[in-house]
Design a protein around this ligand. Structure first.
Ligand SMILES: C[S@@+](CC[C@H](N)C(=O)[O-])C[C@H]1O[C@@H](n2cnc3c(N)ncnc32)[C@H](O)[C@@H]1O
Length: 257
């Protein structure tokens, strides 16, 4: 594995790093996102795990405290600089993991990162390639019900009931949310797309947990306060099955589609 170097590509997170460093301190992140991740994540001491889209390394520091050797990967120079004070980190644009050898690690995890990565099929293929048989992949994502373009809450004017508009849930697309004085882009994929891509890459599903809006996030907004039964976050864990000869021969590399 290489240490941080020059980044050739545009860093889409250049303008968002400062926002994220504030957002990650929000109690909603600490009390909703982190517990969901820890509920689904099953690390073992001594494992080598990639933290994909590691941000400032805060989650990685926590995982490393459990005896795991964490190597972060992130696109943003500023966040990589902060994370490098917590664990080793690579400055890379995902899903490219070309600098990591086949079956070199015990697995990977990505917290609130997959929805910012362009090619999710390549993400699953690359994580499967670098993970030894029996290794794991854990992700926490904004629930696809939330990331669908034109999705959102609708109040029924007749009785005040909160309904959810699915928007363009069924097709992959992009949606946008305010992020401080910037806008953050989400790549939307229906759940079926994610599960099919993961299975095609050799990942066997072990756990899937959907979570509604927690009280912390809801306390910011009276509409959100009624969201408890609408999915907001999703965590998934997969196990790497042994690659068959066929799977090995079709493993995708970045840019191959
Ligand atoms: C919402 S933050 C989550 C950070 C961290 N996982 C956490 O939970 O604290 C998303 C992170 O993904 C990184 N990121 C976005 N697109 C990326 C890409 N294509 N390759 C690598 N990192 C990316 C951003 O720089 C940012 O650190």
């Amino acid at each position: 594995m290489r240490t941080p170097g020059r980044l050739e590509q545009t860093d889409d997170w250049d303008e968002l790093a400062a926002w994220w460093l504030v957002e990650v301190d929000d109690p909603a992140y600490r009390e909703e996102v982190v517990p969901l991740f820890l509920e689904v994540f099953r690390p073992r001491s001594g494992q080598v795990l990639l933290d994909l889209g590691c941000g400032d390394g805060r989650i990685g520091e926590r995982v490393a405290a459990q005896g795991v050797r964490v190597v972060g990967v992130d696109i943003n120079v500023e966040l990589v600089r902060v994370a490098s004070g917590r664990h080793p980190v690579l400055l890379k644009r995902l899903p490219d993991l070309a600098c990591v050898r086949d079956a070199a690690v015990d697995g990977a995890y990505a917290v609130l990162a997959l929805e910012h990565i362009d090619d999710s099929a390549c993400f699953f293929a690359e994580t499967a390639r670098v993970t030894r048989a029996g290794g794991s992949l854990t992700i926490v994502i904004n629930h696809p019900v939330y990331t669908a373009p034109r999705s959102g809450p609708v109040i029924d004017q007749t009785d005040g009931e909160l309904l959810w508009r699915f928007g363009r849930y069924l097709s992959p697309g992009k949606s946008y949310e305010p992020a401080g004085d910037q806008t953050i882009e989400f790549r939307h994929r229906p759940i079926g797309t994610l599960l099919t891509q993961a299975a095609a890459a050799g990942w066997s599903i072990e756990a899937a947990v959907e979570q509604g809006m927690g009280s912390r996030a809801a306390s910011r907004d009276p509409i959100l306060a009624k969201h408890r039964d609408i999915p907001h976050l999703m965590a998934l864990r997969w196990r790497r099955s042994s690659p068959s000869a066929e799977t090995r021969s079709v493993t995708r590399r970045p840019g191959s589609s």
